[in-house]
Design a protein around this ligand. Structure first.
Ligand code: DLZ
Length: 155
């Protein structure tokens, strides 16, 4: 999937409570995603931010579900999965993606999807919002979560 065509999102999230759930595999890339999410939330005036680390991306949905149940306004989920030599990649990506989508739809709490699913580490670094990266997926996920909270108010 190409990153071309991404919108420029500017929203005011003043007063929102946001939880960032973040996996722990691939620390350099994860540090970039977390920094991007923090930057984007600060730019949107979101000051009530809590961060929860889980072991891997497979654990993101249960953490997102707990955060949503606790009454936050939005969740930002961050993780990095890099393809290996077995079908494990597909199972972890699928479980995390469907789990996070399920949390958002069943709870009505927006979940920003900051899960990188990459063929190799370079693809992940290119999207991590680090110096030299071409994309900043942690920031995009945070912006999307806040923007969706605002969008849903109109319904
Ligand atoms: C097991 C595993 C593997 C092989 N690769 C990754 C990965 O690239 N990224 C990631 O976030 N997690 C990985 N995991 C861990 C699983 O997500 C999960 O934490 C374990 O299977 C334990 O439930």
């Amino acid at each position: 999937m190409s990153g071309a065509g991404a919108p420029t999102i500017t929203v005011d999230g003043t007063g929102l409570r946001v939880v960032v759930v973040a996996a722990s595999w691939h620390t350099v890339v994860m540090d970039g995603l977390l920094a991007g999410a923090r930057r984007a939330l600060a730019a949107a005036n979101v000051t009530d931010v809590r961060e929860v680390r889980v072991p891997g991306s497979f654990e993101l949905p249960v953490a997102a579900a707990r955060a949503a149940a606790a009454g936050v306004d939005a969740v930002v989920a961050l993780g990095v999965v890099i393809r290996g030599g077995t079908p494990h990649f597909e199972y972890v990506c699928s479980a995390a993606t469907q789990g996070l989508s399920g949390v958002a739809v069943t709870t009505g709490i927006p979940v920003g999807f900051g899960l990188l699913t990459c063929d190799d580490e370079q693809q992940a670094l290119d999207r991590a919002g680090l110096p030299g990266s071409s994309e900043d997926k942690g920031a995009e996920a945070a912006e999307a979560a806040v923007a969706t909270v605002v969008a849903l108010r109109a319904l």
